[in-house]
Structures are given as C-alpha cells and as structure tokens.
Design a protein around this ligand. Sequence first.
Ligand code: GLU
Length: 281
Amino acid sequence: MRKKAWKWWITVALTALLSAIALTGCSTTDKGEGGTSSKTAKSTNTLEKIKQRGKLVVGVKYDLNLFGLKNPETGKVEGFDIDIAKGLAKKILGDENKIELKEVTSKTRIPMLNNGEIDAIIATMTINEERKKEVDFSDVYFMAGQSLLVKKDSPINSVKDLKKGMTVLTAKGSTSAENIRKAAPQVNVLEFENYAEAFTALKAGQGDALTTDNALLWGMAKQDPNYRVLDETFTEEPYGIAVRKGDKELLQVINEYLKEIKENGEYDKIYEKWIGKKPQQ
Ligand code: GLU
C-alpha cells in the first residue's frame, strides 16, 4: 500500500514537470529588455519565409513626402524608402514588384515588426541604442539631422530661439519628440499620430514650429511654400533598416544590397531623384 502511494506521487510530479517544459518550449511571449512585454513572432530565418511566399513585406511611411507618400490619385506609395524597398525585393526575389507595402507610423513600426506583420522596417528610422534592444539594424542608408519647420516670416532661426510658452509639434514614437524635450525643455511639445497630422496642426496655427528630421521637413516645405526649414540641425539621425532580433540571414542580404547599390551608383540615383542633390560623402 505504501509503495503504491509513493509510485503515484512520482508519476504526478513527473507529469507536472514534463508539461511545464512543454509549455515553456511553445511560448511565443518575449520580454523586451526595455521592460515592455511584446509578442514576438519566431525570428528564425525570415529570409527563407520571404522566398517561400515569393513576396517581401515591408513597413513604410504613407504620409511623408519624399520618403514614403501615398499618392491619393494613383493609390501608389512613392519615395526614397520605397525605392530602397523595391530594390531589396529585386535583390531577394529577382523582381521589384514582389513586394507588399504596409503603412507604419513611428509609434507602430516596432510592434508591427515584432508581431510578424512585416518582415522589415524601411521608414525613416534612426538607429539608436534604445531601439537596438528591440530590433536589429542594417548599416546606415541615409544621414539626416533634426531641425525645425517654421512659417516663412517666423522669428525662429535656431532651436535657441524657442521661448518658454511656445509650442512645438511632432509625431509620437519618434526620436524627434525625445530630442526636442532635451534641446528645448522650456517649450510645450504636442505629439500627433503621424507627421501629416502634425503638419495640418501647424497650418491650423496650433504650434510655432514642427520638428523632425531635416529631410522630412524639406518634403513638407515643398508641399507648402509658406513654410521654411532652418539650416541648423541639432542632432544626428542615421537611418537603418530594421529586422527582428536574430534575423541574421535577412540582415546580411540587406547589408550586401546596400553595399552593392552604393558601389554601382544606384544609391546616388535614388538619392538625387528624391533629395535633389548628390549625397555628401
Ligand atoms: N528619424 C526619426 C525617428 O526615427 C524621426 C523620423 C520618424 O519619426 O520616423 O524617430
């Protein structure tokens, strides 16, 4: 009788142990180092998955003239980041049209990558240490710097001219919002879901300036000549293509591709097409 009870306890303990191991193995929940818990799709070889499905899925901006803008008439999304994305599809799948573009904002891009909705982010995204805890970055593919967009006749000519009580507009989830708080802690910062909303608010008189990367502000000033971009930049914003952490194979192809287009002149062509001048070496 005693012996039987002992056997029974061993069986129960073993079963509990085995199910615990099985459960841990299946878990897809990953704690980001930033303390945020996010669902992480298995990052094992996204490159293989892209080849199997015959399509590259990229997160891009839809509201940024020159980088990723959806043309309301044609429905097409166009810009610097889009050309880079198409070139990457050609490199991986031999055809630049084997691509699906999905809209991301500065706030949604990392969650959308890490929940598996997109394979990569090519969306005006600055490489920094904080973000490196959540995603892996390619080599730098564009160099920008943060600046201010103001009315043509505005007295603001430097970040130093921002006075207490002034309001500066920008987008949620951007380095622009973090940086302006450091550079001008005396101002009110209003954050919008995306840059199109921030620009509309600026035009409606809700702020004294809009802040983000100079190249993005050039795109806005082009859309409305009543606004100008300051020459001054007060940060460095090196853009990188982001992939899920550990996606080594995909990252390697991306870096090969960036190297190739820099060497064969394709990069300079894309740069001049959208920025209107040659890239500075
Ligand atoms: N490059 C900056 C960033 O990654 C500003 C542009 C953006 O919000 O995408 O946050």
